[in-house]
Ligand binder design. Structure first.
Ligand SMILES: N[C@@H](CCC(=O)N[C@@H](CS)C(=O)NCC(=O)O)C(=O)O
Length: 228
């Protein structure tokens, strides 16, 4: 079976996979799943992806969840020598890319998740101060990485930039970046925004994601007031 990507364009990790698919020039089937409606919980899909998240890929006798695992698999399977810059073979360079991939998976995305989860559950009406603080703390970590290299893991763009950008582009729509405090982060965001793959595969989904979250927070506010 050919590779099928389950995704929704609102999802940052799904957008990271879509950007990589575009960069690799892959023509793989993409099927939409709505995580808010819990479509990923359907019995067949649950067996394939016990994590019950989007994105994930399915090849019939093989399936894989988590965008970071997925992009590395797709690179390994379909990437040619011309894509080595995305995930360099050099041990230390690769470890530095992994560091940023784990940062995105373990720190950056969960801090966005701290907004998404409670907002979708109808609980969050505005972003609490401590959540904003943790997001700004993540910005300062990124500023630190970007003070060492032009991109997050190297002086050339790697797959880690793609994953982190998918998350960061949604985050900065909710908690704007102070250019004076984080000039390198702002520059990196601008650079990533201009890339063709991000314009085609990230921009619209990201804008819809941010708008949706803001609207939902307003909606939650009205709902909670009307219950008083
Ligand atoms: N670390 C995972 C996170 C995936 C994730 O949490 N996706 C969200 C949508 S953006 C989801 O499917 N949430 C449903 C749930 O957590 O049950 C990845 O990188 O793929």
């Amino acid at each position: 079976m050919k590779t099928v990507l389950y995704k929704t364009d609102l999802s940052p990790p799904a957008r990271a996979v879509k950007m990589l698919v575009y960069l690799l020039g892959l023509d793989i089937e993409q099927r939409d799943l709505n995580p808010v409606l819990r479509e990923q919980d359907a019995h067949e899909l649950r067996k394939k992806n016990p994590m019950r998240t989007v994105p994930f890929i399915d090849e019939g006798d093989f399936s894989l969840g988590d965008s970071h695992a997925v992009v590395l698999y797709l690179l390994d399977k379909y990437g040619g020598p011309e894509h080595e810059y995305l995930y360099p073979k050099d041990r230390r360079k690769r470890a530095t890319v992994n560091q940023i991939l784990f940062f995105d998976c373990g720190i950056l995305f969960p801090r966005l998740g701290a907004i998404m989860g409670p907002t979708f559950m109808g609980e969050m009406t505005e972003i609490p101060k401590e959540v904003v603080w943790r997001i700004k703390n993540a910005y300062s970590i990124m500023e630190g990485y970007l003070s060492q290299t032009t991109y997050l893991a190297a002086d050339t763009m790697t797959v880690a930039d793609i994953c982190a950008y998918a998350t960061a582009s949604s985050l900065v729509g909710l908690v704007p970046v102070d250019e004076k405090k984080y000039p390198k982060l702002k520059q990196w965001l601008n650079t990533m925004f201009e890339k063709e793959f991000s314009k085609k595969m990230n921009e619209q989904g990201c804008s819809d994601h941010v708008t949706y979250l803001k609207l939902l927070m307003e909606h939650n506010k009205h709902n909670q007031k009307s219950k008083l």
